[in-house]
Design a protein around this ligand. Structure first.
Ligand code: NAI
Ligand code: UGA
Length: 469
């Protein structure tokens, strides 16, 4: 079959895979190929068990895979074939050198640009899908311009706003699609080309076009504003616990003001995910680079509040359990950074587990989507716990596939991810099997406090009045 256009996406991760699947589904005349250096990842995309869990994703992939959607490790030939190349690779926080701990590392983006320059034989539009520091397009453009074949490349910025767990809905019905390009005839033509792809299913009123730098920076700012709302309500949760106010009531009261709005006011044990912290640190670094120290400090506070929220939760747990968790069995309900995803990157649950392990508690972790192997990777990467040499780790962490088994004989339950199934558990049965007093620490405001207290549990929930010690 012949296609009108060919798209290649470099990076088959949480963004590249779902984004390209939805493009393929809505544009049967476009050939879409997602490529990655990681052969295991590509094999999984070509199998019945996709590498990521995302509601609705499997159906979309299966409806177009092998027709106009392909996953491949033939990076160079697929780039050569494409009219549009998306760069959707990871851009983690730098761990070494200048800007370590703050700046985003764009080495993967630069590498993609070098590969494109090397293998391209025709002019191409190169689209930054990854989240990048403002002015990265300049670096990409300069690398591409070094090709010695007289080819022309247009660089566009097209940041992604999907949230995990709702990725397919977010991609099918985006609040907006943002496309930034150069303010030159070539730049405008490239923008028009990409607009025509999205126009297959996104109303034109929702496709925003702008210049490159505004587009790149808007992505960082969007995540910073979202995370700021969570940190703001979390700061109030601490006040609620001490004063008798109820954070859910506050969210409802302030969220009814249309100027504030109801979303993203759910108090929690702390935000996680691969991007909020990384992108705010990136913004902080940019502010510092331009000598805007007050602005940097303002945004940095969002992260500090999140760190405080995570450690505050564990401290309160230990303090309520008579100041000791040593040897106690604690059921950890939820390890993913939010419900409906198996992603554990920067999950608050890992931080709470680490702090409880330091207290020598025995953790029995249940999460419907997270395997033990994934948990260990998280401890290794995020928390620098060496999972192969840490002697206590095997002893202190048990992973359970049955939530009731996780709770059997436990002194306490900590709800750390808001999976819907935690609302409907048979808490009478769980209570009977637990050590007494049976504690529930709800870091997500999932459980029905009144019912659980009637059963006999001692319940403490984030942002709810905590009885005096
Ligand atoms: N995860 C999310 O929900 C969102 C992420 N983003 C941004 O999108 C970008 C990608 O994020 P994720 O998909 O979560 O990352 P990911 O880590 O899941 O996937 C990135 C993939 O890129 C591949 N890769 C790295 N260098 C490559 C190269 N030179 N050639 C081919 N493949 C290469 C890696 O092997 C990996 O499979 C990041 O900049 C992130 O900030 C933006 C919106 C949402
Ligand atoms: O750039 C990204 O990676 C993405 O980051 C977030 O998406 P995501 O991290 O997948 O999930 P969110 O729903 O934003 O939740 C992030 C964290 O905040 C927490 N959260 C969220 C909302 C809330 O009210 N309270 C709260 O604690 C969640 O539990 C989770 O740990 C943004 O919502 C996306 O728009 C963005 O594209």
């Amino acid at each position: 079959m012949s296609f009108d256009l060919s798209i290649c996406c470099m990076g088959a991760g949480y963004v590249g895979g779902p984004t390209m699947a939805v493009i393929a589904k809505n544009c049967p005349n476009i050939r879409v190929c997602v490529v990655d250096l990681n052969a295991k990842q590509i094999d999984a995309w070509n199998s019945a068990e996709l590498p990521i869990y995302e509601p609705g994703l499997k159906e979309v992939v299966e409806s177009c895979r092998g027709k106009n959607l392909f996953f491949s490790t033939s990076i160079e030939s697929e780039i050569a074939l494409a009219d549009i190349v998306f760069i959707s690779v990871n851009t983690p926080t730098k761990t070494q050198g200048i800007g370590a701990g703050r700046a985003a590392n764009i080495k993967n983006c630069e590498l993609c640009a070098r590969t494109i320059a090397k293998v391209a034989t025709t002019n191409k539009i190169v689209v930054e899908k990854s989240t990048v520091p403002v002015r990265t397009a300049d670096a990409v453009r300069r690398v591409l311009a070094c090709n010695d074949k007289g080819l022309e490349f247009q660089v566009l910025s097209n940041p992604e706003f999907l949230a995990e767990g709702t990725a397919i809905d977010d991609l099918e019905k985006p609040s907006r699609v943002l496309i930034g390009g150069e303010e030159t005839p070539g730049g405008q033509a490239a923008i028009a080309k990409l607009v025509s792809v999205y126009a297959n299913w996104v109303p034109s009123s929702q496709i925003i076009t702008t210049n490159l730098w505004s587009s790149e920076l808007s992505k960082l700012v969007a995540n910073a504003f979202l995370a700021q709302r969570v940190s703001s309500i979390n700061s109030i949760s601490a006040l609620c616990e001490s004063t008798g106010a109820d954070v859910s009531e506050i969210s409802r009261a302030i969220g009814s003001d249309p100027r504030i709005g109801p979303r993203f006011l759910q108090s929690s044990v702390g935000f996680g995910g691969s991007c909020f912290q990384k992108d705010i640190l990136n913004l902080v670094y940019l502010c510092e680079t331009f000598g805007l120290d007050e602005c940097a400090e303002y945004w940095h506070q969002v992260i500090k509040m999140n760190d405080y929220q995570k450690s505050r939760f564990t401290q309160k747990m230990v303090s309520r359990m008579f100041n000791t968790a040593t040897g106690k069995k604690i059921a950890i309900l939820g390890f993913a950074f939010k419900k409906d995803t198996g992603d554990t990157r920067e999950t608050a649950s890992a931080f709470v587990c680490r702090d409880l392990m330091q207290e020598k508690a025995r953790l029995h972790v249940y999460d419907p989507q997270v395997k033990r192997e994934q948990m260990m990777i998280e401890f290794d990467y995020t928390l620098n716990v060496n999972t192969t040499t840490e002697p206590d780790l095997e002893k202190l962490i048990t992973t359970e596939t049955d939530v009731y088994k996780a709770c059997e004989g436990a002194h306490a339950i900590a709800v750390l991810t808001e999976w819907d199934e935690f609302k409907g558990l048979d808490y009478e049965r769980i209570y009977k099997g637990m050590s007494k007093p049976a504690f529930v620490f709800d870091g997500r405001n999932v459980v029905d406090i009144k019912t659980l207290r009637e059963i006999g549990f001692e319940v403490y929930a984030i942002g709810k009045p905590w009885p005096k010690e």
